[in-house]
Design a protein around this ligand. Structure first.
Ligand SMILES: Cc1ncc(COP(=O)(O)O)c(C=O)c1O
Length: 402
């Protein structure tokens, strides 16, 4: 439900975190380069140091400057959270968010469709610290209760999964977690705060790779954690304890990207759906894994819970050999092959979820490609794919007759 006193996302993204009239009328907040901060009196020194884990305290460069706080404020308002913590990468956000809530002897429930480096963090770092991790099927909802142990502290979600796109039943998982006093951490990078209102559903902590749609221009690394009031202090303390600090220029770039996020997303969504629907009709394609299309696991949940779709999705090809897929990918003219997403440009890459999954093995199907639809002309994108599929067919037939 939209509150009458709450501004719409486009307005929040445009105005939050800036006060031109307190800054000579300059529209954007200044970029502060700072390590040392000085204080006029002992009272002020002690006061600010003692409150260093409260939002907006300028104490030392590590804890952020007004540039950082401007981005924190804008994300907080857009997400409808209590606060935000700015970090140097999305993966740093994943790591800090988990570490804030676990200690040796604890147990974590981790979704099987998580971003690969988030899994690597669990497998290599958490297990080394004596934290036990169980992977769970992303389509599990109330059934999660059977996996909760007395020492479980968090349930970690990524919805949809960034390679395989299963949409999770977040409300059911939140209910199950809160009944047992667990915290719910959600990687909300795909939907962004614009298309999934995590805090209205009861999520405790959201993780964003600001690197993707929020920054939106493929030129900066960024991580953002948004949180309830209850979870703010442990997150902030953990980030400080690990010396995590995003640079001021990068922080400014992310804030600059955020200003146009809702508007860019709408265009990404429109173009992404057009390309996905075109691919669905192609004889070379077995399935399109786009949360807004019925073939995607959890599509009904997407319809129920999300306000829109971004433009990252999967395409399962029919059973073509690797050399044919190489012919498709190697000759792209408008799409480029790259392992990121959320920027203005379109990307295509192969994905191998079967190598990762443990709780819900990925079925042996044809090759999986991950598509990110950028802001080029849709017809140009389709033409590039059409030519790629022609190369796929040609190469596949050529070798099969050799
Ligand atoms: C879903 C998801 N979460 C987190 C990350 C990590 O973000 P970063 O690359 O900024 O470390 C990524 C990066 O691809 C991602 O896809």
């Amino acid at each position: 439900m939209v509150r009458k006193d709450k501004k719409h996302d486009e307005t929040i993204a445009t105005h939050a975190g800036r006060r031109p009239l307190e800054n000579h009328g300059v529209v954007n907040p200044p970029v502060y380069h700072a390590s040392t901060i000085v204080f006029p009196t002992l009272e002020e020194f002690d006061g600010r140091i003692n409150n260093r884990d409260q939002p907006g305290q300028v104490v030392y460069g590590l804890g952020g400057t007004p540039t950082t706080f401007a981005l924190e404020q804008a994300m907080t308002e857009l997400e409808g959270s209590y606060g935000c913590i700015v970090l140097p990468s999305g993966l740093a956000a994943v790591a800090m968010a988990i570490l804030a809530f676990v200690k040796s002897g604890d147990h974590v429930l981790m979704v099987d469709s998580a971003y690969e480096p988030s899994r690597v963090f669990c497998d290599n770092v958490l297990s080394g610290l004596g934290v036990d991790v169980t992977y769970y099927d992303p389509m599990l909802a109330v059934g999660i209760e059977g996996l909760i142990k007395p020492n479980t502290r968090i349930i970690y979600l990524e919805s949809p999964g960034s390679l395989t796109f299963e949409v999770q039943d977040v409300p059911a998982l939140v209910r199950a977690a809160h009944e047992k006093g667990l915290k719910v951490l959600l990687d909300n990078t795909w939907a962004t705060p614009v298309y999934f209102k995590a805090f209205e559903i009861g999520v405790d902590v959201c993780i964003h790779a600001g690197t993707k749609y929020i920054a939106g221009h493929s030129d900066v690394m960024s991580g953002l954690i948004t949180t309830t009031e209850e979870c703010y202090a442990p997150l902030r303390q953990t980030a400080l304890a690990f010396g995590q600090c995003a640079g001021p220029d990068d922080t400014y770039m992310v804030l600059r990207g955020l200003r146009t996020l809702p508007t860019r997303l709408r265009q990404h969504e429109k173009q992404g759906l057009a390309v996905a629907k075109w691919l669905q009709q192609r004889p070379e394609v077995a399935r399109v894994l786009h949360p807004a299309l019925p073939d995607c696991p959890g599509h009904d949940i997407w319809r129920r819970d999300f306000l829109g779709a971004s433009s990252l999705f999967g395409v399962v090809l029919k059973n073509f050999p690797r050399h044919a897929v190489a012919a498709l990918l190697d000759g792209l003219q408008v799409f480029a092959m790259g392992a990121s997403w959320g920027g203005f440009e379109s990307l295509l890459m192969p994905a191998y979820p079967q190598k990762l999954r443990t709780a819900a093995p990925w079925p042996r199907e044809g090759p999986l490609l991950r598509v990110h639809v950028g802001l080029e002309n849709t017809q140009d994108l389709i033409t590039d794919l059409e030519q790629g599929l022609a190369r796929l067919n040609k190469e596949s037939k050529a070798r099969s007759t050799e």
